[in-house]
Design a protein around this ligand. Structure first.
Ligand code: SRM
Ligand code: SF4
Length: 581
């Protein structure tokens, strides 16, 4: 355990909070526009961040607003649940709803007096915000494709089990948000959402976490070898299903992935998960719990910048980490199975599910459901939900799948999209389809630059350059964030654009769609309007010197930083002779 004398302020806040109560309930009834720092810190565990509108910030004056995140295992919800969130964004939010990079939903711009009704109403439709943020297990990601196979059903139900098992068990959430303040009656909690109550040992309230919860956030995802759409190696704990004769026989467990870093602090870095063990289906929950408990007991509780699991794995080495997990598990761990990640499917477009029904993956640019000008995306989604009532799946690439559609509903879905001037996924360029940006300005407290609001313009420029070079059919991931924390996973894609200083970005290249390799810094502090001009020479070189079938990221990785820079410098020195188009 960490030295008690040196606990960080956040750790002391967790202890003082009495299992996540702090004084949230008391402060909710006060006529103020924001919470005390202590309660705002604990509010995160309840799924909400206190923010201020940075477009309106002037001097010391703050316009406080709240972000409310719904945690949705595997991104699976119903049309009615999505409609309820859309109603909330219109009635009590900023009129937009955001699909997150972890298959969740976010409301923005909620003012303090509306926070209770918002969270209460989310629970009324059997969704939850508990543990969507904070130092606990976050939303469990799982491949959202609704294929009716035994394999998909197994991983879906296991992701639900993980979400329930690692949900905080404190009664504080129900006390604060589910109790009708007028009658004192507690809303009935759906079993699906309710954390499991078994296994109480040691700490009676939180048998897994204890009163200090985890040292930092903890993320889990489940992938299939042929489909890494959850980007499994970026999670603290990744599970890759091992399939034999059409059934899941177990999982390869990976540990220590994570994206966030602080460039000025060299002890921080992005990392990919490393193989820990193979666990049979009957064993895997026990192995996962052992990993979580090792992290709980040995994660850094002094310095939050180095508190993620990846630093424990890095500092100890994977062998020592494996030995400690085996000790907690009580049995030796098995060797990882020899399974390779092979592909990444974004599930966009029409697919037959395997039961005669269909799903349609609609690309949502940067996850934002909104109506703007002629493009009435939010209204289209509403109409689809109201009239066709599909099952909904949110993807880890901030997009949406409309599932369980009968064959004769397909033309109607396309008609609704067209009537609202929403481009069909098939009409969207490859580069836009594979792009993703984080929220950044104006709501994110940590943003240094824009991301979501400027990426569409960058993609416009890239589209025309790629077309000019005949590269428009290339599948390449472009991900942009407003700071180095990495919320859109920019460190393992083909082109990562990371906000570093006002209107200036770091450009990373050399990752790939599969997500199994970190990219490298190509150029730092590039002004926003020079991003595409900086990338064009690399794309020209790629067109000239790529190997058959090689992607842009693979090409950059093969050549490496020095060769890429040398070539670009040589063409700049001899612009008249070099083929730059
Ligand atoms: Fe994130 C913090 C938004 C996925 C790494 N993230 C934040 C906060 C809460 C800002 C804050 O702390 O004040 C952002 C909320 C802004 C707002 O106004 O909405 C925020 N993160 C997001 C979302 C909404 C991005 C998006 O546009 O989709 C994603 C919500 C996912 C969800 O539903 O749970 C989101 N964040 C991620 C991911 C991607 C992932 O998990 O697959 C990462 C990288 C993976 C990882 O965790 O390493 C990520 N967010 C961070 C970090 C860096 C953590 C670190 O250990 O270095 C922070 C900063 C922090 O925690 O202090 C952060
Ligand atoms: Fe905010 Fe940075 Fe995350 Fe973007 S990457 S949402 S700017 S914390």
């Amino acid at each position: 355990m960490a030295d008690q004398d040196a606990l960080s302020k956040v750790e002391l806040g967790k202890i003082a909070s009495r299992y996540l109560r702090a004084t949230i309930a008391e402060e909710l009834s006060e006529p103020t526009d924001h919470f005390s720092d202590a309660s705002a810190g604990i509010l995160k565990f309840h799924g909400s961040y206190q923010e201020d509108d940075r477009d309106l910030r002037s001097g010391q004056e703050r316009h406080y607003i709240f972000m409310v995140r719904t945690k949705i295992p595997g991104g699976r919800l119903s049309s009615d649940q999505l409609l309820a969130e859309l109603d909330l964004c219109d009635q009590l939010g900023n009129t937009t709803l955001r699909i997150t990079s972890r298959q969740g939903l976010q409301l923005h711009g909620v003012v303090k007096r509306n926070l209770w009704p918002v969270i209460h109403r989310i629970n009324e439709v059997q969704l939850t915000t508990l543990g969507a943020c904070g130092d606990v297990n976050r939303n469990v990601m799982c491949c959202p494709a609704p294929f009716k196979t035994a394999v998909h059903q197994t991983i879906e139900s296991f992701s639900d089990q993980l979400a329930r098992h690692f949900a905080p068990r404190t009664p504080a959430y129900a006390e604060i948000w589910l109790t009708d303040v007028r009658t004192g009656q507690q809303q009935k909690w759906d079993l699906q959402q309710q954390p499991e109550q078994d296994g109480a040992a040691g700490d009676e309230v939180e048998p897994i976490y204890g009163r200090q919860y985890l040292p930092r956030k903890f993320k889990m995802a489940i992938a299939l070898p042929q489909d890494n759409c959850v980007d499994v190696l970026t999670d603290d704990l990744g599970l890759v299903a091992v399939v034999e004769s059409g059934q899941v026989c177990g999982y390869n467990v990976y540990v220590g992935g994570g994206q966030g870093m602080t460039p000025s602090n060299k002890k921080t870095f992005p990392a990919l998960g490393q193989p820990l063990a193979f666990a049979e289906t009957g064993e895997v929950l026990g192995v996962v719990e052992a990993v979580v408990k090792v992290y709980r007991d040995f994660g850094n509780r002094h310095d939050r910048k180095r508190a993620r699991l990846k630093y424990v794995v890095h500092d100890w080495g994977i062998e020592a980490f494996r030995a400690k997990v085996a000790e907690y598990y009580g049995k030796p761990l098995r060797e990882p199975a020899s399974v390779q990640l092979q592909d990444f499917d974004d599930h966009i477009g029409w697919y037959e599910q395997g039961d005669g029904r269909w799903f349609y993956g609609l690309n949502v640019e940067n996850g934002r459901l909104k109506d703007t000008g002629t493009m009435q995306l939010k209204s289209a989604v509403r109409e689809i939900c109201r009239t066709l009532r599909p099952a909904i799946r949110l993807t880890p690439h901030q997009s949406i799948l409309f599932a369980d559609l009968a064959p004769d509903q397909r033309p109607e879905l396309e008609r609704i999209l067209r009537a609202h001037h929403v481009p069909l996924s098939e009409e969207i360029s490859q580069v836009r389809r594979w792009s993703m940006a984080c929220v950044a300005w104006p709501t994110c407290n940590l943003s240094i630059t824009e991301a979501e609001r400027v990426l569409p313009g960058i993609i416009d420029q890239l589209e025309s350059e790629l077309e000019r070079l005949g590269l428009e059919d290339e599948r390449m991931t472009v991900r942009m964030t407003g700071c180095p924390n990495g919320c859109a996973r920019p460190y393992n894609c083909d082109i990562g654009l990371v906000g570093r200083a006002r209107d200036r970005y770091s450009i990373y290249v050399g990752g790939r769609v599969l997500g199994d390799r970190l990219n490298f810094l190509y150029k730092d502090l590039v002004p926003l309007d020079e991003i595409v001009p900086t990338l064009v020479p690399l794309l020209v070189y790629f067109r000239q010197a790529r190997q058959p079938g090689e992607s842009f990221g693979e090409f950059c990785h093969r050549l490496g930083l020095d060769a890429l820079r040398q070539w670009v410098e040589s063409t700049e020195a001899a612009p008249a002779t070099a083929d730059r188009s």
